[in-house]
Ligand binder design. Sequence first.
Ligand code: ADP
Ligand code: MG
Length: 277
Amino acid sequence: MLETSASDHAVYKPHIVAIANQKGGVGKTTTAVNLAASLAASGAPVLLIDFDPQGNASTGLGVASQDRGAGSYQLIDDGAPASIETYHTKYPGLWLIPAGPDLVGAEVELAAKTRREFQLRDALSAWRAAAPFRYILIDCPPSLGLLTLNALVAADGVLVPLQCEFYALEGVSGLTRTIEMVRRRLNPALRLRGVVLTMYDKRNNLSDLVAEDARGFFGDWVYETVIPRNVRLSEAPSHGMPVSEYDPRSAGAQAYAQLAEELLRRDSVPAASAVAR
Ligand code: ADP
Ligand code: MG
């Protein structure tokens, strides 16, 4: 919801969305980077938090290691930081908190802390109300470890990328159980926000079967927009660009633009259907 402050600057309470699936290679980072860029291009300012020690989202947005500053490690380093350092990308409306090298040891360090699941939430909570973003997207690592748990505890919603391949739904129950556990014990506000089918290949019957299965399992939570397998999406990160910049006419760029539109559309509708699953 857009609010207007006394100074007439737009002030948002950003939606915090964790992009999670404990499987690697399903399209989390590709979705995080390109959805963020597409939302920003549609006029919804976005902060993307790279929460994977591999730092693929940071690389994908062309931010070199030496430019990553405090990075997302500052968000899990005990207590609310006085200020949060963000990196303004060269794309209007798109900010990043990159993943620096410190993040590699973070899971182990987190394990020793008392509020180990709440570090990110604590860091964002005071800051969030005044943060000039419509969305904060969190690109999670491929595990259900403490970094992902921190993301789920800080978030209002989880977006799950599901790769259209044979084992897609295997392991999904682990993820839905984790979401349920987090909601019960740590963050009652957490909701499944949507499932996005990725790497859909229309020449492969299996893709349709997986899509059908996913819709059977998740129902309306599956976005209508399906992300096709598209080589431009896999090339763009090596140029440090979102696909919308690398090849705006590609099927991949169009699909992520459409996903951003769908997300914005769903968010502008009163959340009558947004009941807990
Ligand atoms: P994750 O973050 O879940 O590990 P990535 O987003 O890094 O997954 O994707 C894994 C690999 O698949 C990457 O090399 C990426 O470029 C590629 N990829 C992701 N989505 C697509 C797609 N729709 N079409 C083609 N390649 C894709
Ligand atoms: Mg990734």
